[in-house]
Design a protein around this ligand. Structure first.
Ligand code: HEC
Length: 288
């Protein structure tokens, strides 16, 4: 049973609406989004009593069986199923581990695993790949040809196949750093930012047009260019987030920080929503 994978999603879907971070919506003064609150004693009882589901309130409480997922589409709300109740029960029975989200845990360098076929290993990472293969009784594939490798690396990093000249240069490069040189070349290419930006823009629902009915001119591409440049300049993620949400509110904001979030034509939907809720600063007019 894994708290973050199996349990927290159930609590988030079925409980946070009334026992979550929102002070105004909270019922029974109970929070289930924080470990201390969920484990605290409540008038001699426990909501979560590790190892003792019979003493834990959520599993006994009848009200659980009526809890519908608040985000379910109207008419289709799914009550907390017996299976999910059983998951909560099992999790408590197994000790109710509540680890910190991995994003807040500093990564530690793991010890290198022992492998049988150690002559195959060229790089420490190979040991991790090989351990998994060996536990599955699989053999590594033969090494890819240089042609195949460059094609894969190029598609991965830039979204484009290598040109014949690029392939020729790679085939001619007999130095031990031949592969590294190609990886560096691809990472330094402006196509790298274009390819990686695709994923981000898809998630943020970027579109060049407003759809069939509303195909008037749009300047959304300015934001696309801004994201591409951010990737190519290796902008740290915190800065990337800050500038997209409130670049124009930064002290001594540069033109690139100001124009993008300042313009409603180019502001991405998530940022627009966040700013509507929080920003009390006067609207800057678009300089785009
Ligand atoms: C729609 C609002 C709502 C949702 C969703 C909700 N609850 Fe509750 N909960 C309440 C209210 C109201 C009370 C107080 C009255 C009662 O016990 O029914 C309460 C009380 C409780 C109590 C008793 C606290 C005590 O000290 O007696 C527990 C335990 C609890 N909820 C757990 C849960 C769990 C676990 C979930 C999710 C599976 C959940 N609740 C979802 C509204 C909600």
């Amino acid at each position: 049973m894994d708290f973050l994978r199996d349990v927290r999603p159930i609590l988030a879907q079925h409980c946070f609406q009334c026992h979550g971070p929102d002070d105004n919506a909270r019922k029974a003064k109970l929070r289930l989004d924080q470990k201390e609150a969920a484990f605290a004693e409540r008038k001699g009882k426990f909501v979560v009593a590790p190892n003792a589901p019979e003493n834990s309130l959520p599993v006994r409480a009848d009200h659980l069986r009526q809890r519908k997922a608040p985000d379910a589409p109207a008419g289709k709300s799914e009550a907390l199923t017996e299976k999910k109740i059983e998951t909560l029960r099992l999790w408590i029975e197994q000790g109710a581990a509540w680890p910190e989200h991995w994003a807040f845990v500093a990564p530690k360098r793991p010890a290198l695993p022992e492998v049988r076929k150690s002559e195959w290993v060229r790089d420490p990472i190979d040991r991790f790949v090989l351990t998994k293969l060996e536990t599955e009784n699989l053999n590594p594939n033969p090494e890819a040809t240089r042609e195949a490798w460059l094609r894969r690396a190029s598609f991965d990093l830039t979204g484009l196949p290598p040109t014949p000249q690029e392939l020729d240069e790679f085939l001619k490069d007999t130095s031990p750093k031949a592969y590294e040189n190609q990886a560096d070349r691809l990472l330094a290419s402006t196509r790298y930012g274009e390819r990686q930006t695709q994923e981000w823009l898809d998630l943020a629902r970027y579109a060049d047009t407003g759809g069939y009915q509303n195909d008037s001119p749009r300047q959304m591409w300015k934001w696309r260019e801004w994201v591409i440049n951010a990737y190519n300049a290796n902008m740290p993620f915190d800065q990337f987030t800050i500038e997209q949400l409130a670049g124009d509110l930064l002290p001594n904001a540069t033109l690139s920080q100001r124009w993008r979030p300042g313009s409603t034509a180019t502001i991405p939907p998530i940022a627009r929503r966040a700013r509507r809720k929080t920003s009390t600063a006067p609207r800057t007019s678009s300089t785009a």
